[in-house]
Write a protein that binds this ligand. Structure first.
Ligand SMILES: Cc1ncc(COP(=O)(O)O)c(C=O)c1O
Length: 339
């Protein structure tokens, strides 16, 4: 029976699909890919993921293409980043080949859940890696469990591609200079929740974090990178050791360069924001969220029009989505057709 899903009105939230995949790492090697349907799993009560935060994840998407196939956007980048995170947290992540095979398998098993072309929705993939060995004295896990969940999602923000208001967080820092802000450790999200959610309570859908050492430089938003378009049409994004290397940002920089823009990845002083014409938050979930205003203390800086995204952000967004849905030329081979 065909699924009864209102594809055009999906939110960005957990939904149970037919199955997920699991791979166990034990005795120093990865086992077979298992397709699982039971959403409850057994875990040792002393597992290092529960006590010491040996847990990390990734976020990526599969898209129904204009030609009827299904493609995943830059899965090698996620495999690479999960390996970088794992190394930092003394964990072991699946090598890229195994990671990619798990991606192909989970999408194949859940083919019906891939939103149809033209709905604006996609299949979100959530790779998760946890340390599963029991330890009460601090020690890296010897065994790991890799899970890969998938679910159909609509746009991250229910209003879609509309400008939002951002708040600079002064009370809570996101990441220490030589900490783990540059990897996708699960604990990063727990520590950012209080800032992000107090900001939301105050009417700001996203919070902007500055470098925690001096609060002079822009780092990133709670769950997305910061980029700006200068008044003379350059793409500027912060270089910092405490931000997550966003795959969307990396790709947007290429799209911007392809469009003839100068791209600058360098430390960005907060005081420079008055020189920016447009500001965007970018990430897998929303691609680009235009930022209309940034509030810091009693100062409010505005960019463009409150009810409409700026011209350059709109062009970048449309080009990016056009590539993801197979409507525009994929010059850099980012879309991996898997079905
Ligand atoms: C802290 C943070 N920064 C940036 C991003 C955007 O990264 P990507 O474009 O790879 O999704 C995310 C989302 O994954 C994130 O959680």
């Amino acid at each position: 029976m065909a699924l009864q899903i209102d594809w055009k009105n999906l939110g960005f939230k957990y939904m149970q699909t037919d199955s997920y995949v699991r791979i166990d790492y034990t005795k120093g090697k990865w086992g077979q890919i298992q397709v699982c349907t039971d959403i409850m799993m057994q875990l040792h009560v002393a597992a290092t993921c529960l006590h010491y935060g040996q847990a990390c994840f990734e976020g990526m998407k599969a898209f129904s293409q204009a030609d009827g196939s299904v493609a995943v956007f830059r899965p090698d980048e996620n495999a690479y980043r999960m390996n970088a995170t794992a190394q930092r947290l003394m964990m072991v992540a699946p090598p890229a080949d195994l990671f990619n095979e798990a991606v192909r398998q989970v999408v194949k098993e859940n083919r019906e859940w891939v939103p149809p072309y033209g709905t604006g929705a996609s299949l979100y993939l959530r790779p998760l890696l946890i340390g599963s060995s029991p330890h009460v004295g601090i020690h890296p896990s010897e065994d790991f469990i890799f899970l890969l969940l998938c679910m159909p999602v609509g746009p991250y923000y229910k209003d879609g591609f509309f400008p939002v208001r951002a708040l600079v967080q002064e009370r809570y820092d996101r990441a220490a200079p030589h900490g783990v802000g540059n990897v996708k450790a699960a604990g990063n999200y727990a520590s950012a929740m209080q800032g992000d959610f107090t900001g939301k309570d105050e009417g700001f859908p996203i919070s902007l974090y500055l470098d925690s050492a001096s609060h002079k430089y822009v780092d990133e938003f709670g769950t997305s990178n910061f980029f700006a378009i200068t008044k003379d049409n350059r793409y500027v994004t912060p270089a910092s050791t405490s931000i997550l290397p966003s795959i969307t940002n990396k790709s947007l920089q290429v799209v911007a360069a392809d469009m003839g823009m100068i791209v600058e990845c360098r430390p960005v002083l907060f005081d420079e924001i008055t020189t920016f014409a447009e500001i965007g938050a970018c990430g897998t979930a929303a691609v680009i969220t235009p930022v209309y205003s940034i509030t810091r203390g009693d100062k409010v800086y505005t960019f463009g029009n409150e009810s409409q995204a700026g011209e350059v952000l709109t062009k970048l967004f449309k080009t990016f989505q056009g590539i993801q849905y197979g409507e525009m030329e994929d010059r850099h081979n980012w879309c991996h057709k898997i079905l």
